[in-house]
Design a protein around this ligand. Structure first.
Ligand code: GAP
Length: 457
């Protein structure tokens, strides 16, 4: 049985130390979340798996870690300063703010595409269809205004002489502006890719769908620079690789689908999202975009620096095309949490809550449990220190062994290692599998190998 409510997952995450509301002791701070001890391991493992698959194992991909703050001209070149905004309106009764386009799309169950409507057209639609405030039920709307999505801050020590700078709303610009640096220092030949993982910030108004859309989030982005003739091949290639990646991490292929865009930006040649069936419905998980030469041409124009490539064999000089693959680490974590959660009947009158994470991304790989604290804890602590050198390990000595199995299941630990008299006398431990709940006996020295073989990605 899979969870059908994001609220239930959110509460579960809070209870078990995955994710807490941001600044909770100050009554929170809307759309911000703090990852707890279990959640941080999960998200780190997801990021590591992405990096391994798309950077480490790809001979022609190079990583960077560019600054969050960039020269403001970057955001002029990218078009964000002029046009990165959402149509927002306020309910005059309860003072809540909403995205007009989302409300229209929700009201029409996706039949009306608000994208492309003018503010006046959206106001007309809302009026004619009497769309009320989702919060208080009122019907007293402000006019629709475009709200900028970029967070602004200022730089400068002299009051009155400050420059506006922006918190980056996407990580990819750090990849474009370093195209020439990476190409030169890595002696990279086109086609090659630049990848990075990092924080992005957007001043989003959202209906509060937990991690789905937040104001601060991490992106895992990759730009493949290629010759125009190879663009569609790489576009199709990344579509497939992106799908395989999320399926290999554990998302059910039945809950994943491609969504090709009909409407494209004027410079784009193709665009496709991969959607996941979240508890709130089919929503974008990641995007793959064929962006032509737009990004490098714009940065070349605005910076005055040539961003071209000369093929060493043919001597052809050209501006490479870009295929972008972009996925939110937090949004993927949310999908994984929704997929992994299960409530299962164990016995006639007993149920358990369990997270069936792929062991590769499970926060902790093993839990070490002394059968009886009094007799076995010393040996168990020894085992803990041995295993924790190799992978994330927890230690739990309080409560009955059954309760401790349940706690490990709840945070998705794939294997529980029980230390008992046999461990002290023969050097063997019991290894209990989270999913099958079956137990086997192994020598202590065999455990590392046993686990390592099963967390290879
Ligand atoms: N550079 C391209 C770009 O940023 P995007 O579709 O705006 O494209 C890419 O974002 C991915 O980043 C999305 O598919 C989603 O996974 C994630 N993402 C975007 N906005 C987000 C937000 N406000 N909160 C959480 N994740 C977000």
């Amino acid at each position: 049985m899979s969870v059908d409510s994001l609220n239930k997952i959110r509460e579960y995450c809070r209870q078990y130390g995955f994710i807490f509301p941001g600044s909770e002791i100050y009554d929170g701070f809307a759309n911000t979340w703090d990852f707890g001890p279990v959640g941080v391991e999960l998200k780190n493992n997801i990021k590591k798996a992405w990096w391994k698959r798309f950077v480490q194992e790809d001979m022609n991909t190079y990583g960077v870690d560019a600054g969050i703050l960039m020269n403001p001209r970057v955001w002029e070149a990218s078009g964000h300063v002029d046009s990165f905004s959402d149509p927002k309106m306020d309910c005059k009764k309860c003072k809540q703010r909403f995205r007009a386009d989302n409300m229209i799309e929700e009201h029409s169950a996706g039949k009306v595409a608000a994208e492309g409507m003018t503010n006046e057209e959206m106001e007309g639609y809302i009026r004619d269809n009497h769309i009320v405030c989702p919060n208080c039920g009122g019907f007293d709307w402000s006019e629709i205004k475009q709200f900028k999505l970029m967070f602004e801050t200022s730089r400068g020590t002299v009051e009155g002489a400050k420059d506006t700078v922006y918190l980056r709303p996407e990580t990819c610009q750090g990849e474009y502006v370093n195209f020439a640096n990476v190409q030169r220092t890595a002696r990279a030949k086109v086609p090659f890719a630049i990848a990075q993982i990092g924080k992005s910030f957007r001043n989003e108004i959202t209906p509060g769908n937990f991690l789905f859309r937040t104001i601060e989030f991490e992106q895992m982005e990759l730009q493949k620079f290629c010759h125009e003739k190879d663009g569609m091949t790489f576009f199709d290639d990344y579509k497939k690789r992106a799908m395989d990646f999320v399926a290999d991490l554990g998302l059910d292929r039945e809950k994943l689908r491609y969504h090709d865009h009909d409407k494209l930006a004027h410079y784009a040649k193709a665009a496709c999202d991969i959607q996941y069936k979240f508890p709130i419905g089919w929503e974008e998980l990641n995007g793959i975009h064929h962006r032509g030469t737009w990004d490098l041409s714009r940065h070349s124009e605005f910076s005055g620096k040539k961003l071209e490539y000369q093929d060493p064999e043919t001597n052809e000089k050209y501006t490479p095309n870009v295929i972008e693959y972009s996925i939110g680490a937090d949004r993927l974590t949310l999908a994984i949490l929704c997929e992994a959660y299960n409530e299962e009947k164990v016995l006639e009158d007993d149920t358990r809550e369990v997270m069936h994470f792929n062991p590769v991304i499970a926060p902790y790989k093993v839990a070490v449990l002394p059968l009886a604290k009094k007799y076995h804890s010393e040996k168990a602590i020894e085992v803990y220190h041995k295993l924790s050198k190799c992978f994330m390990t927890t230690y739990d000595e309080s409560g009955s062994i059954g309760k401790r199995y349940r706690r490990s299941d709840a945070i998705g630990t794939p294997w529980c290692i029980t230390v008992d008299n046999e461990t002290i006398n023969n050097g063997t431990v019991t290894v209990r599998d989270r999913d099958t709940m079956e137990q086997i006996t192994l020598k202590i020295d065999e455990v590392v190998d046993y686990v390592q073989k099963r967390i290879d990605f």
